[in-house]
Write a protein that binds this ligand. Sequence first.
Ligand SMILES: Nc1nc2c(ncn2[C@@H]2O[C@H](COP(=O)(O)OP(=O)(O)OP(=O)(O)O)[C@@H](O)[C@H]2O)c(=O)[nH]1
Ligand SMILES: [Mg+2]
Length: 354
Amino acid sequence: MAASRARLYLFFGLFVFALILFYPTGKVVTRTYREYTAYSNTGNRPNGVIFMLMPPSRVHQAQLALLNVENRFNRRLQYPYVLFMVEDEINQVSDEDKEKINWITQGRATFAAVPYESWNVPDFYDKSKVEESLHTIGFSLGYRAMCRFYSGLFWRHPALAQYDWLWRLDTDIEFHCDVPYDPIQRLIDANALVGFVQINPDADFVQPTLSGNVSQFLAQNAHLLPSHANHGFVWNGREGIEKALKGEAGNHEWSRMTFYNNFEISHKSVWENELYKKFFDFLDRAGGFFYERWSDAPIHAFGLAMSLRKEQILQFTDLGYQHQGWAYECPKLDRCTCKYDEEPARGFYDNAPA
Ligand SMILES: Nc1nc2c(ncn2[C@@H]2O[C@H](COP(=O)(O)OP(=O)(O)OP(=O)(O)O)[C@@H](O)[C@H]2O)c(=O)[nH]1
Ligand SMILES: [Mg+2]
């Protein structure tokens, strides 16, 4: 009798011990991590690609970025990569570097040539005016070509034709956290079409006439604008929006807010639609990509604000993503190796009147 009671106590004790041992610690992060790492997405992964524009001078930087991306999530998710280089730049990459990229990415990277016609200054530009602006505003022709390519040309490149989800990363980036889920799948689950990490204001002295041109485009194409647009992200208040829609706004009305798009996941449809295509063509003809230094970040922000609802754009706050040398948020999570500070996450706010 006494022996069987002792056995009962022993079993009970073991049961309680097992409960303590296996009971979730309450850290959602740990649970989520287990959940997601158990799930391998190679079979039914969303139809996405990670792409990068890479000049020959930044091949080593790109290798470090690719290794970081592989280590943090993509060795598990297995998204392919497209590495864009301008036409003959690909020949400048040594076989040794190509092999390294091949090894880092387990053979999932392909190089794609950006044709000169998508890169060089178009014929309709006055070359002397372009030359002058290089001295007054600064920024190289290559940088300006990069901004133009990312504003309206990247998604038309044949190398991206087979993909629905386009994930841009730059060569000078780093993820400080493991990413135990699939960010593209998270967008799909949230019914969102664009994902970003940070918002930043952009400078106007390098693009003094951009906002005025956008305003004129809005006035001329009112019939194409959806009623749900999120103009308040890029224009200051109700008055700013009204002026913008009438073609009367300029830098005074521009909020300067941009999605910092060196990390940008987008569904191709946000660029392929008639409104965005017309918008890019309008800006291209206006000449600011080379007469000034119009940047792709504000152009994407203007374009997305006029075409998408706010909830179709999702902010990621748990990636510990950094554009090198710039401030970023370190999430307070076990899976991040950066140092958390008390700065609150910078949310996706806009200036829209309540
Ligand atoms: N092929 C090519 N790629 C470029 C050129 N300039 C920039 N890139 C790439 O385009 C992306 C953005 O360029 P960055 O120079 O980092 O632009 P940024 O982030 O606005 O400026 P930084 O503050 O210098 O980082 C990076 O992936 C670069 O490697 C260029 O002249 N040729
Ligand atoms: Mg950069």
